[in-house]
Structure formats: structure tokens, C-alpha cells
Design a protein around this ligand. Sequence first.
Ligand code: VGL
Ligand code: ZN
Length: 180
Amino acid sequence: MKGLLIVDVQNDFCPGGALAVPEGDRVVPVINRLLSHFDVVVASKDWHPPKSVHFDTWPPHCVQNTNGAEFHPQLQSDSIQQVFLKGTRDKDDGYSAYEATNLDLYAYLKERNVTDLYVTGLATDYCVKASALDAARKGFSTFVVTDAVAAVNVKPDDAQKALDEMQRAGIILLDSSHIR
Ligand code: VGL
Ligand code: ZN
């Protein structure tokens, strides 16, 4: 079975948000087009408490139950079968969707016989990277859809470095046009 993981396509990571990824909203129409090609569609949400050590590193963002933590309004979220919440504790960065605390992503995907996981969303250099590397480590055939991800780019080459690191870990990078 093929699974689609949508990482953190939330208002705070999109233009106008508290930790905006440049052109983060560009991924939304690409992800919407992909939805019907997958058996299992899941999403993660960055879901932080108001006070967190995570905010020593980052401006406050994706605080639980705020508008900034909602999915981008154009994302077809009714197609998402399950949401995984991560970074939920005050000492917890939770970059990887596999660190979700409401449910176990690994067990969820295994129970549904997902062998191939396609990773999309925000941000390439943090949560997409951490989630894809975990997926590969845990034995999923892992793909990153390059036109369905966007990077924070604290440094200008962070996106490329992240893509290189993922490729070295055996992750396959592909364009959404190759998914049928
Ligand atoms: C993320 C920085 C801080 C992400 C989350 O979703 O990539 N990046 N929190
Ligand atoms: Zn965060």
C-alpha cells in the first residue's frame, strides 16, 4: 500500500504566519492533486504548548488550538484519514512525525500495510527531513516529492543540504508528475 504523509501544512508555516516558510503555500495545490493517488493519507501537525523549550530556538508558532496551528485553508483536509500531533510537550521539539504523542505513526502505517511512504509538506530542512529519515530508518520505501515541499532556509543552501542528506539515506526524490 502507498501512503501519503503531509507534514505541517499549517498557517504559521505559510506566508503571513509566525514562522513562515518562503512560498510555503506553493505546496498546497500540488498536495491536493496527489490525494486521490494514495490508499492511506495522513498528516502531522506541529502542536506546541504555549511555553516550550522549542521557543528558545524558534519564534512561537503552531501553539495548540490557535489559528496558526490550523491547516492551510486551501488544503483538502477532509481527505486526511488521521492527524498526528507532535512537539506537544514543553521539552519536546518533535521534528519528526514519528514522534507524535496522540498516536503511533509507525503502528498506524503498519496496520494498514503501508510499505511505500511519500513525504510532502513543510519544512524540507526540519520536519520533512526528520520524518523522511525516520521512515527510511524504520524500513519504509521512502520518497520525497520535491515540488510538494518547501524549506525554511535559515541559511540559503539548507534545502539542498537536506535533500542531499535524504538521498544519501536511500530516500528517493521525485517530482509529483511522476506519481500516478
Ligand atoms: C518546523 C521549525 C520548528 C517544521 C517545526 O515543521 O519543519 N520547523 N518547528
Ligand atoms: Zn515547531
